[in-house]
Design a protein around this ligand. Sequence first.
Ligand code: SF4
Length: 364
Amino acid sequence: MTSAGSAPDRPAAAAARRATRQVDAGGVTIGGGAPVRVQSMTTTRTADAEATLAQIRELATAGAELVRVAVNDDAAADALPGLVREARVPIVADIHFQHRLALRALDAGIRKLRINPGNLGSREALREVAAAAADRGVPIRIGVNRGSLHARYAQQGGRDMPGALVQSGLDEIEALAAVGFGDVVVSLKSSDPQEVIEACRRFSRICDAPLHLGVTEAGTLRAGTVRSVAALSVLLAEGIGDTVRISLAADPVEEVLAAWHMLSALGLRQKFARVVACPTCGRVEVDVVALAARVEALARDLPADRVISVMGCIVNGPGEAKAADLGIAAGKSRVAIYRHGRIVRQVAKEELEQVLREEIERLR
Ligand code: SF4
């Protein structure tokens, strides 16, 4: 399995990615030069298989390459075989405390486990889970989270939270290594973007396990996106990070879209056509805000290398249109349509919706 879209992925090496080991989650490779993977998590009750499957499909359609589900009880574990069978992306099981549920999830065919080895109970329980994962070729993500950091790191966390996150991650890797398991991905999350940056930087200097990046509990749609992208883009631009999840108190589809826009802006991967839209000003001749949103929706399935510009007047419209496959520049009474920099039509504003559909269709 490769990326979720038809988009060209830049080879990860081109962006001087940090060299990491590679794991394979049901055909989706993470680390070791693979493209930076986009993932998200369902918000439905996993036991409600119908609703969960519907959301997995929505997330996959938006571009999630892996989807995680909470497996917090037996009813959730009961739903897993059906989800694994029906979903077209690998399912990751998120397990806390009950190693028995991890074993059930592995039996159900999940392709990656997210656990915190420190809270699975005994060393024997950890050994059992690691052996079952190894038998099935399933990697394990060690999810270190500031909010659930073990008490033994509390003192260090008080002085140096990034250091405590890193130490916890290293200790968890060691705990798995001690039972013979090394196929790991690590995340070091905090709701503080600066702690995430610092922890991941330090970790990446001393360990080559692939890193899953995220700012946990980042916040609502706008604030959470900004906080997440602020941290993750710094790390990705430094070549750090092998898979990303943007955690929002919002529809998880927004997480996936934000992640793809971030990767695209950083030149790492592209999934969607780029819509250039002016911010509007007192010269604007059409409702650019609505128009740009409409164009973005219509262009969702276009090849990722297409560029469409939506400009509110003729001041910058022609210039932007030159660099676009399709340009729209509003004038007083009519709207100029450009193809590759040349005006091909001048249409009345009432005709615009129909013309847009036709012109976007031509870009396929
Ligand atoms: S393109 Fe025209 S309307 Fe849009 S911001 Fe520039 S000057 Fe204003």
